[in-house]
Design a protein around this ligand. Structure first.
Ligand code: SF4
Length: 723
């Protein structure tokens, strides 16, 4: 490891969406010292065990350090950057010429920095002219995005972390916050210690570590969240707790949403039966919600990763709209993002159905704004294929070339063996990665080495819209390059102008300028009045010099520049009760409850739930290097209720075969994960490169939410037998 400078570097943790500030420096023994940044608003000096172990994950073993290409015998050989870039640019151009723009695709990642993400979108949507660019963020929070857009007219997270501390009641839905967003959980825990009257309610089928602090755990049956929140909407409407003035002045669609909720969920006893919770607990929760002004309802993957994920999100938002609990301190719905930069990807249009700067592909005026700003030869004119459909299109030959960047779909996508079938017959598979040997890279024709955390430079946005800098403190290893630079080099070889960037700073400036271009206010250069005001706006960050970008302090968007020249962010949205729909009002969305796509049956009598463990991240390509982190849970496992274990004849500690209609794997049986009867839990991290070969993605059904395209990772029929 070669440090750039022997100084303390302020940067941002690359793991979860909390986005903690990190201070990195060189130790006397040559290792990397890591500490929490006490000046960073997200974590105020604290780090969880994953963040603290960052120094153990930056060693170069296993790194992809040089461009490589497959030779005629199928072996990977080191090649020059020129040869690799010519191969990628030539291959993409050739396929576009023969089959059209939609025959190529990019599959990218919430691990990318905003600047990388911006260039990937510009290349595909503005120059190649296809929207077939999707991201692994599709698997994590696209239901929240779709829910926000339906309710607010734009993908907007109304609250900030401080609101979790100001609330008198925090409801955590489908979120093991203690393990998956530990620093946020610590902030809640500290506040609860100071104010014991503050209530914490956890709604989750599993009794997770998060429940240890909870005043109430509602062990809701997996997939029944819409019934539960429709029941709450009905309760608030008929038993007190509705804010008629707010509903009248600031919303639309209330009567329709209430009629749908009342149809099945007006009776708490019926809802309790469907959700399999005690009716007294359910009523306690409903009454507490009705009686508490400052309520935050925070939700995560247990809500999003579902074939009714978008409706689940809207059923939660509906309950905040009926009670007018939004836009003020300590209240509102709160999507806790999974990845460090899933939000940054959303800002630049990193999903197949979005354009840059929160604009929409299906709105001609938005397409015109983006194309005019980019001065690009074209603009994609319809949404592209979302992740699961994108890999289906590769398998059936509609997509002939795919460029996978910073992600490992062979492990992380549902029905992951389908990815193998798709990639094995794809004409051109390009992978940009920091790691050489992954399940996905085994299918690549060209491997391009990227810079990793500590080496690259740019910005990320966390769950509360806080933009922070990731800064380099290590020099580039081998021939690795920044992702944006690799993408720009390919674009230039394809003959496209508009990619003449020499730094992440220049890209960020263009991104910031696009956010305010014709955005509600007269454009500074053209004087053309905006036609489509959006709250996403970085106008206060435009025109920064390189030095200002380098020392940029974390700031929450929207960002304005004040008359005195200082920069001002925005902690919470909707304080003025103006939403982004054309009429300025929020929308209630009717959410008719429906069951998961596949229910248990005689052959597959249990339900498979998947998720994270505390000390690993994604497919373990980085956290897997740390002995400290491996100590927590050294091998993959399947957690099940002891009575189910007796029923199905599997012993604790024994290896068991777990099978679904899509795939099978082996894992060691354990109890104690707090799982309800009828369900199994398997973590998502292990893969065929790790000691225990266990890709649970291969077992997950590939059904998706019809609005968001997010897969149903929490509910696949499964059976188990001792191995
Ligand atoms: Fe990193 Fe998330 Fe832990 Fe913070 S809470 S240190 S962002 S993994």
């Amino acid at each position: 490891l070669t440090p750039i400078a022997n100084l303390v570097t302020q940067t941002t943790c690359p793991y979860c969406g909390v986005g903690c500030g990190v201070k990195a420096s060189l130790k006397a023994d040559g290792g990397i010292a890591i500490a929490g940044d006490e000046n960073h608003a997200a974590n105020q000096g604290r780090l969880c065990v994953k963040g603290s172990a960052l120094g153990e994950t930056v060693a170069l073993d296993g790194r992809l350090l040089h461009p490589k290409m497959r030779d005629a015998d199928g072996a990977m050989q080191r090649v020059s950057w020129d040869a690799a870039l010519d191969k990628v640019a030539g291959g993409l151009s050739d396929i576009i010429a023969r089959h059209g723009a939609d025959a190529v695709a990019l599959y990218v990642s919430g691990q990318l920095l905003t600047e990388d993400y911006y260039i990937a979108n510009k290349l595909l949507k503005g120059y190649i002219g296809s929207a077939n660019i999707d991201t692994n963020s599709r698997l994590c929070m696209s239901s929240a995005v779709a829910g926000h857009k339906r309710a607010f007219g734009e993908d907007l997270v109304p609250v900030c972390y401080e609101d979790l501390e100001l609330a008198d009641m925090v409801v955590l839905v489908g979120s093991n916050t203690a393990w998956c967003h530990p620093i946020l959980f610590q902030r809640i825990a500290r506040m609860k210690e100071q104010r014991p009257a503050m209530k914490l309610i956890v709604i989750d089928p599993r009794r997770t570590a998060t429940c240890e602090l909870a005043d109430m755990h509602l062990p809701v049956k997996a997939g029944t969240d819409v019934w539960l929140f429709n029941g709450l909407l009905s309760f608030l409407a008929h038993r007190g707790g509705r804010d008629n003035a707010f509903i009248e002045a600031h919303t639309n669609g209330f009567d329709e949403a209430l009629a749908v909720a009342d149809a099945e969920c007006a009776d708490p006893a019926t809802v309790a039966k469907i959700c399999k919770v005690d009716v007294r607990d359910l009523l306690d929760f409903y009454e507490s919600f009705a009686d508490t002004e400052k309520v935050i309802t925070a939700f995560s993957m247990g809500v999003n990763q579902s074939t009714s994920g978008t409706d689940k999100v809207n059923s939660i938002i509906n309950c905040h709209l009926i009670s007018g609990r939004i836009g003020r301190p300590g209240m509102g719905p709160f999507s806790i993002t999974g990845q460090p930069n899933a939000m940054g990807g959303r800002e630049v249009g990193g999903l197949a159905n979005m354009l840059a700067a929160h604009m929409d592909l299906d709105q001609p005026v938005h397409r015109d704004i983006v194309q005019s700003f980019w001065q690009s030869p074209q603009i994609a004119d319809r949404p592209g294929l979302k992740a699961v459909d994108l890999f289906r299109a590769i398998e059936d030959g509609r997509i002939k070339a795919v460029w996978v960047i910073a992600t490992n779909p062979m492990v992380s996508l549902p029905d992951a063996d389908q990815v193998a079938r798709a990639l094995s017959q794809c004409e051109l598979v390009v992978a940009t990665d920091i790691i050489e040997k992954t399940d996905t890279n085994a299918f690549a024709h060209v491997l391009l080495p990227a810079l990793g955390w500590g080496e690259k430079d740019g910005t990320v946005t966390n769950s509360e819209r806080l933009i922070s800098r990731q800064r380099a403190f290590l020099s580039a290893p081998g021939e690795a390059r920044p992702d944006w630079q690799i993408l720009c080099a390919v674009a230039q070889r394809m003959g496209y102008s508009g990619f003449d960037f020499s730094s992440a700073h220049e890209i960020f400036d263009e991104h910031a300028r696009l956010s305010s271009y014709r955005n509600g206010l007269p454009d500074a250069t053209s004087g053309i009045a905006g036609k489509s005001p959006r709250l996403f706006n970085l106008s206060g960050l435009t025109g920064m010099g390189r030095k200002d970008y380098d020392r940029m302090a974390p700031v929450q968007w929207p960002v304005q520049r004040l008359p005195d020249g200082s920069i001002s962010g925005t902690a919470r949205l909707f304080g003025n009760l103006q939403f982004s729909h054309a009429d300025g009002k929020a929308r209630f969305v009717p959410t008719a409850p429906r069951s998961p796509a596949h229910l248990p049956d005689e052959d597959y009598p249990l339900t498979l739930n998947t998720g994270r463990v505390r000390d690993q991240w994604h497919t373990m390509t980085r956290t897997g290097k740390s002995a400290t982190l491996a100590n927590h849970i050294p091998e993959c496992f399947v957690d099940m209720h002891p009575q189910d274990a007796l029923l199905y004849g599997v012993r604790e500690g024994a290896l068991a075969r777990i099978s679904t209609r899509w795939g099978a794997m082996v894992a060691r049986v354990q109890h104690g994960g707090g799982i309800a009867r009828g369900s199994l839990f398997v973590p998502i991290h292990w893969n065929s490169q790790s000691a225990s070969d266990a890709r649970v993605g291969a077992l997950v059904n590939p059904e998706v939410d019809p609005v968001s395209g997010e897969p149903e990772f929490k509910h696949t029929p499964v059976r188990i037998e001792e191995f």
